[in-house]
Design a protein around this ligand. Structure first.
Ligand code: AMP
Length: 170
């Protein structure tokens, strides 16, 4: 199944010049959703993953499904101010200014194997910050998975040394 066919492109969203990759068209299709979740989980079936950490918000949808498929737990990495208990945070650079993401400090215990997951790799800034959060808590990262990689932005260069996979590249 060619998953790329299920991803809708929306020009100029959320602002002019951005070609937004809309995965709601994939998520609503039972066969495409099943295929995407299975393909994301497949490389990790024998990797002893303790938790899947998904990045807000589309990383939650796929991350929780992959976690269930792997028999792992799920951990949310959220925009700042959303998680209720004690958090660790990491900053990342946006086109203009910075933003930050957070994880609960008890979400990962030292030595746990954490699969990081998000819907899309663009510049890699968000995932780079997520890697620092998980490593800061002592987690090991057997891999980082994306549904979509925008290869022109070379986000992989921000994730050097990590095992990065994406189901579709465009
Ligand atoms: P980055 O930190 O630049 O790799 O951006 C990744 C995050 O921004 C992911 O959580 C994506 O959901 C979102 N994102 C960035 N660019 C796009 C795009 N063209 N279409 C959809 N989502 C995007």
């Amino acid at each position: 199944m060619d998953l790329l066919k299920y991803i809708r492109e929306v020009p100029d969203f959320p602002k002019p010049g951005i070609l937004f990759k809309d995965i709601t068209t994939l998520l609503k299709d039972p066969a495409a959703l099943d295929t995407a979740v299975r393909r994301l989980a497949d490389p990790y079936r024998n990797e002893d993953v303790s938790v899947v950490a998904g990045i807000e918000s589309r990383g939650f949808i796929l991350g929780a499904a992959v976690a269930r498929d792997l028999g792992a737990g799920f951990v949310p990495i959220r925009k700042s101010g959303k998680l209720p208990s004690q958090t660790a945070s990491a900053n990342y650079v946006l086109e203009y200014g910075t933003d930050s993401i957070e994880i609960h400090t008890d979400a990962v215990t030292p030595g746990q194997r954490v699969l990081l997951l998000d819907d899309l790799l663009a510049t890699g800034g968000t995932m780079e910050a997520a890697v620092s959060l998980v490593k800061g808590l002592g987690g090991q990262i057997p891999g980082i998975s994306f549904l979509i990689e925008l290869t022109a932005l070379d986000g992989r260069s921000r994730l050097k040394g990590e095992n990065v996979t994406a189901l579709v590249s465009c």
